[in-house]
Design a protein around this ligand. Structure first.
Ligand code: 13P
Length: 252
């Protein structure tokens, strides 16, 4: 069975002092819950501090972006090897905020995912439609394009390291959550597509997280759906109590 994975995406929040307090709180609350893989995806500036804090615990560490080149003249970017050196395991790639504000495309998502895998990082690749796309009936078409292009060229053991996050853009930070039926429908579609790309046996093992206004009140029901294997949490991950409640809701 797939082990649920709940990841906090802190986005551009938490100074180092704040990060230290938050990760200590999370460790205290969920540090002994083995049935769920719990990850915190923190700003680059918090990585070393949080890496030390989670050392020896079951909490995993993630970053929020990675560049595709090994090194070079890419001002402001961070390479996969730099993340690896800090003890990072996961990296979020292609978040809708990167797509919307920073020109991320399916092609650059693909480059970043491949570079992450080469360096031994596990990519959390984000897909999801905008409200306009959903209302135009294009949800599956958009998600299919994002996945096919974003995951092009992955092979063999790459698939075992991959996590997908389905995050409908209209549900992010808006308080509007997809209904369990809406979310499960897209998750099932993604798993079927992964079956085409990676083989059904492999696809059955890939974790697909839901993201978008997930909170303690709705998390358990969403994550009880057959193809929803955890969550990628924004706002509710910024407070240990609410994040921990979601992690507990993922226990099957
Ligand atoms: P919210 O949980 O704040 O809606 O954010 C979701 C998200 O974007 C996680 O990556």
């Amino acid at each position: 069975m797939r082990k649920p994975i709940v990841a906090g995406n802190w986005k551009m929040n938490k100074t180092r002092a704040e990060a230290a307090a938050l990760v200590a709180g999370i460790k205290a609350e969920v540090g002994s819950i083995n049935a769920v893989e719990t990850v915190v995806c923190v700003p680059f500036t918090d990585l070393d501090l949080v890496a030390q804090a989670v050392k020896g615990s079951i909490l995993g560490l993630g970053a929020q972006n990675v560049h595709w080149a090994e090194k070079g003249a890419f001002t402001g970017e961070i390479s996969a090897a730099m993340l690896k050196e800090l003890g990072v395991t996961y990296v979020i790639i292609g978040h809708s905020e990167r797509r919307q504000y920073f020109g991320e495309t399916d092609a650059t998502v693909n480059q970043r995912a491949k570079a992450a895998l080469v360096a031994g990082l596990k990519p959390i690749v984000c897909v999801g439609e905008t409200l306009m796309e959903r209302e135009a009936g294009q949800t599956t078409q958009v998600v299919e394009r994002q996945a096919r292009v974003g995951l092009a060229g992955l092979q063999g053991a790459d698939w075992d390291k991959l996590v997908i996050a389905y995050e409908p853009v209209w549900a992010i930070g808006t308080g509007k959550t997809a209904t369990t039926a809406q979310a499960q429908e897209v998750h099932a579609f993604i798993r079927k597509l992964l079956g085409e790309l990676a083989g059904t046996e492999t696809a059955a093992k890939i974790r697909i997280q839901y993201g978008g206004s997930m909170k303690p009140e709705n998390a358990k029901e969403l994550m009880s759906q057959p193809d929803i294997d955890g969550g990628l949490i924004g706002g509710a991950s910024l407070e240990a109590g609410s994040f921990a409640a979601i992690v507990r809701g993922a226990v099957r």
